[in-house]
Ligand binder design. Structure first.
Ligand code: KG4
Ligand code: ZN
Length: 344
């Protein structure tokens, strides 16, 4: 069997992504192009993603992004073997743009179409940097839209959700706390930067859902965000200066502590020795640092893809598509729909 080119289209949130990978006869996957057009700046003044704005931005960016990816990869669209697209979870209108585009390309080129799960795509992203996943691994997905702990027993075979956030996603907590500290959106990068000058032990912010009777693998960040807000208010009322760097570092410490503790506990409970951390928040320096420390202590191999692969992109969808093609999975019907609330 010869090489097969797999195209991946992503449009579940505010990133229009088109990726192209080459699937070798031996199952090896090579990244050829990873083009992303982001509408994040358009959402910045609203302090969060505005669905209508995101859909319109996808509509404008889709074909130019596709053209850039094809040019970067140095391939012809007609030589593509299959087309994978995010069918959910995500914003309804945003998903429709990607799925419609994927169908149009699949129909015009007469190629098979694979509607795939965005969360599985985030896990697949890691294979582009670190190669195939072991038979069993755990994945911690942390972004603006999700905070999930997944048991992965084959990307095409079985992914089970062990836990997720009961309220805000980890990235959402970063964005909300940044807002109350008057930092720009998205809040992760400025908090990460500011925290480097602060003391993470300065303020003991709560660790959500870590009590003995709490769900072992679920997360909660809303109480933490409220606690930061109350602490800042109290300081203001008392006429005290707000030690911004300490607040940022202490908030960041609470998030990193809970995420890594729960992920490592799950690895130990389930006898898994590999942990993948992906999603925009995986770019956080304290999260990756603490995870590296704790994984080393526990004898767990830690895999964190580079930031570009952690945030939403089309390459991860192409990588997942390649995995499905290699596994001989059935393509999706051409009446494929989108599922905004798609479970993993
Ligand atoms: O994966 P992503 O680009 O988009 C989705 O939400 O799917 O993740 C974006 C989120 C934002 O909430 C942003 O604040 C957060 O990831 N983020 C970070 C960092 N960089 C991005 N959070 C903490 N530390 C960072 N360095
Ligand atoms: Zn995502």
């Amino acid at each position: 069997m010869t090489d097969r080119l797999i195209l991946g289209i992503e449009s579940s949130c505010d990133e229009t992504g088109v990726g192209i990978v080459r699937l070798g006869p031996d199952g090896a996957v090579e990244l050829l192009a990873d083009e992303v057009a982001s509408s994040v700046e358009e959402h910045a003044r609203f302090g969060g993603v505005v669905p209508e704005v995101a859909s319109r931005a996808h509509l404008e960016a889709m074909v130019p992004t596709m053209r850039r990816a094809v040019e970067k990869a140095g391939v012809e669209l007609r030589d593509v073997h299959s087309i994978a697209v995010t069918a959910g979870p995500g914003l309804a209108g945003a998903l429709l743009v990607g799925v419609s585009a994927a169908k149009a390309y699949a129909a015009a080129l007469d190629k098979p179409l694979y509607g795939v799960n965005h969360l599985a795509g985030h896990v697949a992203a890691d294979t582009l940097q670190h190669g195939p996943l072991p038979k069993r691994c755990l994945a911690l997905l942390v972004s603006g839209g999700h905070s999930q702990l997944l048991m992965v027993e084959g990307l095409a075979e079985r992914i089970t959700e062990l836990g997720s956030t009961v309220d805000d996603a980890a990235g959402e907590a970063y964005d909300k706390v940044a807002r109350l500290l008057d930092l720009p959106y998205p809040g992760g990068p400025p908090i990460d930067k500011l925290a480097k000058q602060g003391n993470g032990c300065a303020i003991a912010f709560p660790r959500g859902l870590t009590g003995p009777r709490d769900a072992k693998y679920d997360f909660s960040f809303s109480g933490l965000k409220t606690s930061v807000a109350r602490w800042v208010e109290r300081q203001e009322r008392a006429g005290e200066e707000i030690p911004l760097a300490d607040v940022a570092a202490s908030f960041q410490e609470a998030v990193a502590d809970v995420l890594t503790a729960k992920a490592i506990r799950a690895c130990k409970d389930l006898g898994v020795d590999t942990l993948v951390i992906s999603g925009g928040v995986a770019a956080n320096s304290r999260l990756s640092g603490l995870a590296a420390e704790r994984c080393a202590e526990a004898g767990i191999e830690l895999r964190v893809p580079r930031p570009r692969l952690c945030t939403d992109n089309g390459a991860m969808i192409a990588a997942l598509g390649a995995h499905l093609v290699a596994a001989g999975a059935q393509p999706s019907p051409m009446d494929l729909s989108t599922t905004p609330g798609l479970p993993v």
